[in-house]
Design a protein around this ligand. Sequence first.
Ligand code: SF4
Length: 360
Amino acid sequence: MSRIGTTLRTPAELVAHGLARAADLPDLEKVAARYAIAVTPDIAGLIDPDNPDDPIARQFIPSADELKARPGENADPIGDHAYSPVAGIVHRYPDRVLFKLVHVCAVYCRFCFRREMVGPGKDSALSDKAYADALAYIRAHKEIWEVILTGGDPLMLSPRRLTEVMTDLAAIGHVKVIRLHTRVPVADPARVSGQIVDALKVEGATTWVALHANHASELTAPARAACARLIDAGIPMVSQSVLLRGVNDNAADLEALLRAFVECRIKPYYLHHGDLAPGTAHLRTTLARGQAIMRQLRGRVSGLCQPEYVLDIPGGAGKSPVGPNYLLRQDSSSGEREVTGEMRYRVTDYCGDVHLYPPE
Ligand code: SF4
């Protein structure tokens, strides 16, 4: 396949470039009427059109499966709306807010939990008044220590606008940390220019960048260089990934991804269980499978490579760790013979062997 020079945004363009089948066009048009599509040249270049199970295609090329809604799926699966005191702000935990400045992304992930809210057809950037109101809210709530710029993708803002936003936030005395969640370093690495990096460095607050990537092949040489530009400028990075069926729901692929993050100086942070976003059941896996994979990873990679496996509780109650439990209480009521006759612990090691630990 020849290199694609522009972002592909319609099913017809995907078919024309061999990334979707002409026979699927009617269904894909129905998907496109509801959910945004964008496949950048960098991402398109990673897809093997001859591989029906390509892990990059599964993330970005629309599928007729997106037309199937399942019970429990919800347009606002993690309850952003219930915790939004003013437009653009989600205040779920006392010490931090999400600040959603833009509703566009470089690419549109087929499993996106905000898929009903992001895309060119949805609300555009916050109006000047809404932006001012959001800043006033942050200013008035002195418990807000961290502001998380999220999506849409904040690195879609121009360097000039990003500079204004970062400067405005850093000028608020109690805001000490500004975190940006982005897919741009992998989807469009050239966008991480010197101007963007400069925009992220501000006096008065510490900037962190969380990179969203789900497969090791996304961390190409240009993507790694984009991350290095951020990190070399003193901006620490963490990762977030989504556990996705047919993309990374096995220990080997996740191991490769986590090692790639650490090689890039990016600390693995979150592995999200797939949210109940509409039309995404074909990409979700089970919690039991996620826990089994996490158990395997414990023995395969060092603690430096371990993310926390988390579930966003539907409705907005927040994130909870859902990884395997390695420590269980055992007491005399268990019926097992006790040395001490008191409670003690059973600790499972990375091989699955159980060891007893004495009571405290
Ligand atoms: S980059 Fe983030 S907000 Fe944008 S489509 Fe992907 S998951 Fe959704």
